[in-house]
Design a protein around this ligand. Sequence first.
Ligand SMILES: C[S@@+](CC[C@H](N)C(=O)[O-])C[C@H]1O[C@@H](n2cnc3c(N)ncnc32)[C@H](O)[C@@H]1O
Length: 288
Amino acid sequence: MLTDTLFSQVALLFAVGERQKYKAIVKALPQLVENSKFDEIGNLLVSCGSFQVANNFKDIISFFRGNHDKISKIVEIGTFNFASSTLINLLKPEEAIFYGFDNWELGGTKARLIAEWRCRSFPNSHVITGHPLSSSIDIRNLDNTNMLLIDGHHSFRSTLKDSKCFSFLTDGATIFFHDCGLGNRIWGCFWAYYVLQKYNVITPYDGRFENYIARVDAREKPNVKPGEKPEIEFAIGKFRKDEFVKRERLLCDPAFLWQEVCERFEIRPGLDINSQSQTWDELFSDRI
Ligand SMILES: C[S@@+](CC[C@H](N)C(=O)[O-])C[C@H]1O[C@@H](n2cnc3c(N)ncnc32)[C@H](O)[C@@H]1O
């Protein structure tokens, strides 16, 4: 009994400490954003549990610098404990609506409670359990979303499934695909980004992404040391609704599309389209 009481008191003190720490982070971030202190922003968000690095924050911040007033509805798939979501919520116009989805496959109840609590610090911000295509929210609420961040399961199959959400995007919406860097490990979403570009469902956001796909050469392993992050982490695309409507059925056939990817890049046959990532050697070893 005494142990239970002691435990709840320690848990309460811990929760109060965490809340104070988060409030201090939210207070400090705007000034750091203003002064483009990307490393410090990265460190603060990592301290509240983010998976991402400074490169990503730079992309998100510069996107909002150029598009702030145009953004009215944002969906993030994979909100986890609301770290990347914190930055997005600080940058978005107050009246813009944010929906962060997570099935809590990673992080479980603890991440859910943290995200639900943190989201209350921001106006028009919601954390929802599940995926936009299967949650308690009426999907019509998501209509006219003009910014989508995909940072969920990362496999080829699941990223293509995420692309079904494009039906609620406006034409020209911006889509951020996290973990699309070319390193010693390539995530399934990179190949999904390739397919979506190939069929013109998205066009590259800017010059950095124009020839990005062409840089995959099975004979040339990227010069990224193990543990080092690649130069690009978010691949960013602009959505084309007319092409999406034409290709919607094709996007429901991941096995066929994976075959196309394997043939185009000469990827070793038999790799699992459900796995989140593969190393360069696993993808290409017997081709070299
Ligand atoms: C890498 S974490 C996201 C990190 C977060 N965006 C950040 O930067 O701090 C990926 C999240 O996606 C969630 N997830 C995986 N598959 C999902 C799915 N099908 N639907 C919703 N969430 C999913 C996981 O539970 C996990 O919390």
